[in-house]
Design a protein around this ligand. Structure first.
Ligand code: PLP
Length: 284
């Protein structure tokens, strides 16, 4: 596999980053995951806009222009012959030389790495036909979840707790309400209404969330942006999650309780179809 490191395209076993890099010692880094379908990038502009927002929030400089990221992503897709899969991009505050809590001089060059992962048949995942089972765990992450940092240990722990219970993912709960999934935004459906937590520092502002809510409104569905409890979710007609790599993924069980009749809901299935159609149409 060919990967990208600071301007160079290299075989993955020749790509290196310093052990003093702030990304390595401090998780002082942000990332994006962009899906690739039929060799094209899904919602590139949305992910690029959020990358800029994450970097700005942390006062990390952005060494590349949007056009340069686009060219680099396309180069990686082409060199690695990716039809369906994803691009992972990470930008760190760079290598200050010594470990220090204070940020280094802003002139310190940022570290930019990117790689592809092939996922044949990404959009026809069998899981989308059966749906996910989720468990709930307390949300014990930091307070700026709107910044897409690489501090992913707690979500990893939650994913492992889900796996240990035979579930597919965990929903995180704070003050009695679901915030989001380990790596996705969470929704419930009641009749013609789609309910998902409002945007704040408490959740990641999902790029897929923005697109799905726009498409739902355009399809005359009602959207209610508010928190919901585990009990309300268990009694909903349907549930689902969204993310750049899972698209719209139905959820059929929460903490062992079946949602609706326990099968994939019609609203979730329809939104998945509408989303994928629109994203394939606008992929670049
Ligand atoms: N919430 C969290 C915590 C995430 O990590 C992610 C994606 O990685 C999402 C939501 C979904 O965001 P997006 O739709 O931009 O992939």
């Amino acid at each position: 596999r060919t990967v990208y490191v600071n301007g160079a395209y290299l075989p993955e076993d020749q790509a290196t980053v310093s052990i003093f890099d702030r990304g390595f010692v401090m998780a002082d880094a942000v990332y994006e995951v962009v899906s690739v379908l039929d060799g094209k990038l899904i919602d590139f502009d949305g992910h690029q806009a959020r990358l800029t927002r994450s970097l700005d929030a942390l006062e990390i400089g952005n060494p590349l222009s949007d056009a340069e990221y686009l060219a680099m992503f396309r180069e990686l897709v082409s060199r690695n012959e990716i039809t369906d899969g994803m691009i992972y991009l990470q930008v760190t505050r760079g290598n200050p030389g010594d470990r220090d809590f204070a940020y280094p001089d802003p002139d310190t060059p940022q570290t930019v790495v990117a790689f592809t992962q092939a996922k044949p048949g990404l959009a026809d995942s069998p899981a989308a036909r059966t749906g996910w089972k989720v468990i709930t765990v307390p949300d014990e992450r930091w307070g700026r979840r709107d910044i897409k940092t690489t501090q992913l240990l707690y979500p990893s722990m939650a994913k492992m707790a889900a796996k240990a219970q035979g579930a597919d993912d965990a929903w995180l709960v704070e003050d009695g309400k679901i915030t989001e999934g380990t790596s996705n935004n969470a929704y419930i459906v009641k009749g013609n209404r789609i309910i998902t937590r409002e945007l704040s520092h408490d959740i990641l502002h999902g790029i897929t969330r923005a697109a799905v809510l726009r498409l739902a409104r355009e399809s005359q569905m009602q959207v209610e942006e508010r928190g919901f409890s585990v009990e309300e979710a268990q009694q909903a007609d349907e549930a689902f999650v969204t993310s750049a790599s899972a698209f719209v993924m139905p959820v059929v069980e929460i903490d062992g309780a079946a949602i609706g009749d326990g099968a994939v809901g019609t609203v979730a299935a329809r939104l998945r179809e509408i989303y994928l159609d629109e994203m394939r149409r606008t992929a670049i």
